[in-house]
Design a binder for this molecule. Structure first.
Ligand code: GUN
Length: 166
């Protein structure tokens, strides 16, 4: 790990995320949404919105996972990030989150609820933000199993092998 990454982990008190990378929650709304106001997959209440810093480093990746909320990604610093999205309708989308808008990178991008997604820095490291609403809860988070995901998206088997740990 390079000095910049160590500095960011230290400064923001980032911790390892189960999907890979390092994160720190920076915001959790005090507003609670009752289960009756949420779509059916949510069990129990949720905070209205949450935000994190998320650091991806060269040696690692964020493995395929899905959550029940839309997730908004924000680019802050470092190299661009490749976000691989497998949509519920079977299509694959590659999002490049970064600051070079002339080559198609986006400062902000949305990964829709229910899509499987994985990400990797395209350089030494990337510092980004992720905001979700309804707010993030590990009960809404599922890491993919490579064999099961490949059955759902057979054309993406190479990508799935590359970005799953189980
Ligand atoms: N809080 C803990 N993990 C996550 C995550 O993966 N995304 C968001 N937005 N918040 C989190």
């Amino acid at each position: 790990m390079n000095e910049t990454e160590k500095r960011l982990i230290d400064f923001y008190q980032l911790v390892p995320h189960p999907e890979g990378g390092y994160y720190k929650e920076t915001y959790r709304s005090d507003v609670l949404l009752d289960q009756s106001t949420l779509p059916s997959p949510f069990l129990g209440h949720r905070h209205c919105s949450t935000a994190i810093y998320f650091l991806l480093v060269e040696a690692s990746f964020s493995a395929f996972h899905k959550i029940l909320s839309d997730e908004c990604w924000h680019f802050y610093e470092g190299a661009a990030v490749a976000i691989h999205v497998l949509h519920p309708n079977g299509t694959y989308e590659l999002i490049k989150l970064g600051n070079r808008i002339d080559v198609g990178e986006q400062f902000q991008a949305i990964v829709p609820a229910g899509a499987w997604f994985a990400s990797k820095t395209l350089g030494a490291y990337s510092l980004v933000g992720c905001t979700v609403s309804p707010g993030f809860d590990f009960n809404d988070f599922e890491l993919a199993n490579a064999d099961e995901l490949t059955q759902m998206y057979p054309e993406q088997s190479t990508l799935i092998q590359q970005f799953c740990r189980s």
